[in-house]
Design a protein around this ligand. Structure first.
Ligand SMILES: C[S@@+](CC[C@H](N)C(=O)[O-])C[C@H]1O[C@@H](n2cnc3c(N)ncnc32)[C@H](O)[C@@H]1O
Length: 282
């Protein structure tokens, strides 16, 4: 990574990638954190942006929650690469995620899809390595699917993305993935409905930052409805967080277990799509 500081100004939705980067790096800096991510720490130091002024001090529970979400995705990618070492990992809305440097196995292919301004920034700050490719394309435009080689298996991740799409876009995207990638898996996270409502009413404020609208929300207890997006959705799995050490870890573990909170918490879901043989059975 180069040394010169890079001034960054982004529109409201791509800017959310700075929020996740900042909290991920904060968790990586935290003693006893759940995440090792030196690349994210370097990146925050390199970007000329008023992180603390906009997003607050960046430590504590917020950072832990971010780290826990990231670990859910990392575990899914690690498991996929253990089964399909030469597979393709497609990262939708990847922003400035540094997952490649945390979990790559030296053989897989990576495709990153994001909006043009986010991709331009990623290209400058995290230039792609030989097995990585960047594509400037909205995830709602099926063009990105033509770029995916799924001959050795495919895992599609959408971390911190679906909440910024409209409900019909989420449904159509799930259905299109089920159609195009038989045997593939899609992992994504969802904010609960109450959270989506607050964001959309402009009530999610902290420090000098107001989160953009989040039109799509899904309570964790609703995940079985995802099967209605397409009959090829063959498995729906709740990817449970591991809270990590300390008080923050204990709080997260309790929230997942308590029924009243559990059904309305943020969630990470893995959808598996029926493979070609099963799909073609009448
Ligand atoms: C909250 S950030 C998450 C970034 C990264 N996945 C992470 O977890 O750090 C949301 C990302 O989704 C991207 N995004 C939002 N809408 C998109 C769309 N329609 N097509 C492609 N990317 C989109 C944004 O540009 C941004 O990079």
């Amino acid at each position: 990574m180069g040394d010169a500081r890079v001034r960054v100004e982004l529109g409201a939705v791509p800017e959310t990638a700075l929020w996740t980067l900042y909290h991920r790096a904060a968790e990586a800096r935290q003693w006893g954190g759940v995440l090792e991510d030196p690349r994210a720490v370097e990146l925050v130091d390199r970007i000329d942006y008023p992180f603390e002024e906009r997003f607050g001090p960046g430590a504590g529970l917020q950072a832990r929650l971010q780290g826990v979400r990231v670990r859910c995705f990392d575990r899914e990618v690690e498991d996929f690469l253990a089964r399909s070492p030469r597979g393709t990992v497609v990262c939708l809305g990847e922003g400035l995620e540094t997952q490649y440097w945390r979990v790559d196995n030296g053989r897989a292919t990576w495709l990153s899809v994001d909006l043009p301004e986010a991709v331009a920034l990623r290209e400058e700050l995290l230039p792609p390595e030989p097995r990585q490719r960047l594509l400037a394309c909205s995830v709602t435009d099926p063009r990105w699917m033509d770029e995916v080689d799924d001959s050795h298996g495919v895992l599609i991740t959408a971390q911190g993305l679906f909440m910024y799409l409209r409900p019909t876009e989420v449904r159509d995207l799930i259905a299109a993935c089920a159609r195009r990638f038989p045997g593939g898996t899609l992992v994504f996270d969802a904010v609960p409905r109450w959270f989506s409502r607050l964001a959309t009413e402009g009530k999610l404020r902290s420090h000098a930052y107001q989160a953009p609208p989040m039109p799509w929300g899904m309570d964790a207890g609703e995940r079985s409805k995802l099967a209605t997006a397409d009959p090829r959705v063959s498995e729906i799995r709740d990817v449970l967080p591991v809270g990590g050490p300390g008080r923050a870890g204990a709080l997260i573990a309790a929230a997942v277990r308590l029924p009243v909170l559990s059904s309305r918490r943020p969630s990470v879901v893995a959808l598996r799509f029926a493979d070609r043989d099963r799909r073609e059975t009448p």
